[in-house]
Design a protein around this ligand. Structure first.
Ligand code: UT7
Length: 329
């Protein structure tokens, strides 16, 4: 068997909508309070699409930055993966819209749906294409524009989510660097913990589904919470073992940004210091697939994530899905 070509993230970029909703704004929309939201989630504000912003537009903005930093043209991209549950429209994929906007005429393009774990699923796919030699450069975007599918009458969910996009360009790296191991998981028996009842092929849009608010996110928060704290720790430990490392060797952790209490719990069980854990949930809420690429991009800009660091990435979300990766930056 031929040896795997090492693959890693060459550059990152992000794009966030300009519109902002603070917890105080939400106090005027639903029966909630800034104190409750901060204490139970860590979130203070979130970005919201306005005007002509779109998932493909934000993705393209983030991708242009990542490509420029990687020193590549769009023609050098072999594959575009857009991880999202909120493409501009059901057909075609957001990835094809991004491919057109970038003029990436040598790239295949597809969307990947794995809830908030979408970015890590995309990373797993991209790395294996590069490992095998089937692709040289892959553009991976994690984008979610959740504001149109959040029920702004439901305080259980509307305080949690936000819109944004993060992009990475993956390519060949030197031996011992890049994505050392990654592993993805799923459990569809828990599909009803986080879902949108209508709008798919079994319950297409009708007056009844719209009046019944069937096109918005429904979530059993406490059950997802319990699930998340377990799988976050187990999956990062498992992927560390695959890479031949231990949690104590990690320099940094980039966890999914869904709830600060989930992050703190995982950080404690992994015996990591708070300053080793990348956090931006207070500014953006839960941006689903965009959470990890955006927090990585900010960590690089702030000088927290440096060449040679060992970093763990871990996420969970609708499906249910979860997964982790270990990267030597
Ligand atoms: O990316 C994956 C997506 N999802 C997640 O990761 C979510 C994971 N779950 C969570 O983050 C938490 O479960 C939530 C933040 C969603 C909820 O926090 P919780 O501590 O689990 O609260 P709870 O759902 O058990 O609700 C406690 C109380 C309830 O009132 P009663 O029944 O005790 O009177 C809720 O009605 O808090 C109430 N509540 C609120 N109060 C003020 C729920 N949402 C709000 C709110 N403002 N926004």
């Amino acid at each position: 068997m031929s040896k795997n070509i090492p693959a890693g993230i060459l550059a990152t970029g992000k794009a966030l909508p300009v519109g902002k909703i603070t917890n105080y704004d939400l106090e005027n929309i639903v029966d909630t309070s800034n104190d409750w939201i901060v204490e139970r989630t860590g979130i203070r504000e979130r970005r919201i699409m306005t005007g002509d912003e779109s998932a493909s537009g934000l993705s393209t903005r983030a991708a242009v930055i990542a490509l420029e930093r990687a020193g590549l043209t769009s023609a050098e991209i072999d594959m575009i993966i857009v991880a999202t549950v909120t493409p501009d429209q059901t057909l075609p994929s957001a990835a094809c819209l991004v491919q057109d906007k970038l003029g990436a005429f040598n790239a295949s393009a597809f969307d990947l749906v794995a809830g908030c774990t979408g970015f890590l699923y995309g990373l797993d796919v991209a790395v294996r294409y590069i490992n095998s030699g089937a692709a040289r450069h892959v553009l991976l975007v994690g984008v979610d524009t959740l504001s149109p599918i959040v029920d702004w009458q439901d305080r259980n969910t509307c305080v949690l989510f936000g819109d944004g996009a993060g992009a990475v360009v993956l390519g060949r790296v030197e031996e011992g660097r890049g994505v050392l191991a990654s592993k993805m998981y799923s459990d569809g028996s828990k599909a009803n913990l986080l879902y949108i009842p209508a709008g798919g092929s079994t319950r297409p849009a009708t007056h009844k589904t719209v009046e019944g608010r069937g096109h918005f996110i429904k979530m059993n928060g406490p059950e997802v919470f319990k699930f998340a704290v377990t799988v976050m720790v187990d999956s990062i430990n498992e992927v560390l073992a695959l890479a031949g490392h231990k949690a104590t060797e990690l320099d940094l952790l980039a966890p999914h940004q869904a709830n600060l209490r989930i992050i703190n719990f995982a950080c404690k069980r992994l015996k990591m210091k708070p300053e080793q854990v990348l956090i931006n949930i207070h500014r953006y809420g839960n941006m689903s697939s965009a959470a990890i690429p955006v927090v990585l991009d900010e960590a690089i800009e702030e000088g927290k994530l440096k060449a040679g660091d060992l970093i763990g990435l871990v996420s969970f979300g609708a499906g249910l899905t979860w997964g982790a990766a270990v990267v030597r930056w």
